[in-house]
Design a protein around this ligand. Sequence first.
Ligand code: ASP
Ligand code: MG
Length: 831
Amino acid sequence: MPSAPPASEHLVRHVHKFGGSSLADATRILSLPPLVADGAASTLVVVSAMHGTTNALVAMADEAVAKGDWRAAWQALRARHLDAAAAIAADNAALHDALVADFDALREDLEALTAGDAGDARIARVHGLGEIASSRLVQAALGDGWARLDARDVLVVHPGEMGVGVEWEASRTKLAAWRATHPPQRIVATGFIARGRDGNDTTLGRNGSDYSAAILAHLFDADELTIWTDVDGVLSADPRLVPDATVLPTMSYAEAWELAYFGAKVLHPQTMAPVQARGIPLRIRNTLDPSVPGTWILPENPEGDAELSPVKGLTIVRDMAVLELVGNGMVGVPGTAEKLFAALHGAGVSVTMISQGSSEHSICCVVRASQVEPARAAVEQAFADAFADGRTQAVEVTPDIAVLAAVGDGMVGFPGVAARLFGALAQARVNIRAIAQGASERNISVAIAETDATRALRAAHSAFWLSPQTVSVGMIGPGNVGRTLLAQLAAVLPGLRSRSQVDLRLRAIANSKRMALDHFAIEPGDAIARLHPEGGEPLDLDAFAAHVRAGHIPHALIIDCSASDATAQKYPGWIAAGIHVVTPNKHAGSGAWTRYSALREAQRHSGAKFGYEATVGAGLPVILTLRNLIDTGDTLHAVDGMLSGTLAWLFNSYDGSRPFSELVREARGLGYTEPDPRDDLSGLDVARKLVILAREAGLQLSLEDVDVESLVPEALQDVGVEEFLARLDELDAPMDARLREAQSKGLGLRHLARLTRDGKATVGVVALPAEHACRHTRLTDNLVQFTTDRYASNPLVVQGPGAGPDVTAAGVFGDVLAIANALGSSEGRYA
Ligand code: ASP
Ligand code: MG
């Protein structure tokens, strides 16, 4: 049998505090019990008033003092509480009676106020009634065994310069006395209310119940304080300004202080003090979603925390102005700064930021816009003498300033944080007016134009929270290849994100008619559904590109899986705007030379990449191989290629045992040809690929320059598909003759694209000897043979399946990854 714990053993005590919105109605109150049942041996629940109650009470008190009519409001508030009581515990008569008595007392106080019998204590008692009433409702909801603590019985406070201060000794004594008569380990306590030294009712000030919880956690020597609200935790930035703001898993007391000081709604700095004094961990959690871990505020950040991000939070303070004192006579003169700040102090102006260049030519500080004129007057007066004899020249004021502050313990001794911040601001074209970094290194503040505030905040946020390889991706044309690519993305992206730094976010999807845009990310698996039926909005390629090129994400990329020339027309503009483009679409690479050179020109200026490996040989590394040969200084003599899977299959199979037309029919049945086989037989598609290769090799070649032999006889070129298919055997006699002739010389037929060093480009059927690489292909294999200086007698061959959605999509994906990798590292194909 385990022995009983010694009496002195520490009892684990947790404090939970619930705000008004968590107590909005009976349903919300009834959902509290499981939230506080966290296994602690001892539990203290601190409650605020039901949502809106304190506001209503404050209004009633004001109304009463003004001798107005508060009765209807009193009635409504009373009814609301009695209704909640009935819903929580219908047969709890004691609860009902206690609430009736509370509201009777409230009415008496309001009547006294109306009769002119005011006084701070009475007003405080009115303001604080909400907590009395809500603590009864919560006690009833929690069930048997819960004691109720009216905090006025223990908390003694006094007004202080920075708000209300606690009389710790007096409070501790009173708590001990209360404990002597209230042994339970489970207690519901009122927030917000307390007593003064004189024993009169008072409050801790608006929103004071967080402070109450912190004080009680301190007095009870708690092990943990949880503040329940209706947000997921403390965010890295204001989510209304930065939609990508993330919940911070942990932060230190110091960080919470700094952020609260700069206006982030963490906790009032005063709230931190009592828990900080005892090192009590504080946790922010969401009543609406208790499964979310929330934010831990701890004495120190856990080890390794700074590696996640050296900056914890970003805030913006608006409505500021820069005030600058300029003068040559200040250089090396001691006391100038002192005089300046004494003048500002005298005028009651609070200074948010100070910066002085070491030349001492000017001192600059940031003050609230509303205080800048009194500040200017005070400084001008203080320096009147210096102005008169020219030692100081001017007090310059720049209005419409915002201060952006980056806060984080991890900045301490972490080089490069400022560089990253300033780099991000520069990239977003934000001009910095003044900079200050505290010696604690926990805060960097910059003064910027108010109009730049949101853009600056987003840019800074992405610099610290998005991986440097976060790419905003838009995809056009989810046909066969597009769909397959989406499936590949769905399978690979999650792993990729955790394994490497690459974070590809599909944020836009379009087909030929419609597009769907998403601020965050579209799951690749859901992308098609976003467009059907009639999902999204009508396609506008410019709006699509603008969305993809979002200001807050470091990189943008468009994947064009359409076969549209109109889309290709957009590439030069996109690339000029810094959007990378990846495509299996052959139009840009093989279309008008002027457009092609505009695209290359745009690339040189913007640095954006153009990936088109999949345009030739699908996923086979054809372009890559050619590029490497040229880049390493090899000289190209010739390229011979079987660049059509369809034609490859036809000639691989054509040995004279079956007529050519029969093979065409079979290929069509197998889905190897386009619906109209003439699209393949014409050789045009192959010619396009050859143009792409020729241009890659540095030749100014266009489609007109390629000598293309069409396998479609003149007479069949303009007839309908049905008629063409019906007359297919007209192909047989001429083809048969060519085959016989070749065979008589020991040769075999292949469909080949050829490019020679002097720029001669041909596409058509040729007879090749048995030892030629193209005679050793299978099925729909593509094959490209490069003859170069280095690969002269034995050419370099790239061979393998070169058609089909799987391998084509993989070719596109490969380009996407190569670009993404190159963005954040010095490795990878495009680095
Ligand atoms: N009920 C009080 C107020 O509204 C205290 C609090 O909710 O924190 O100010
Ligand atoms: Mg390829």
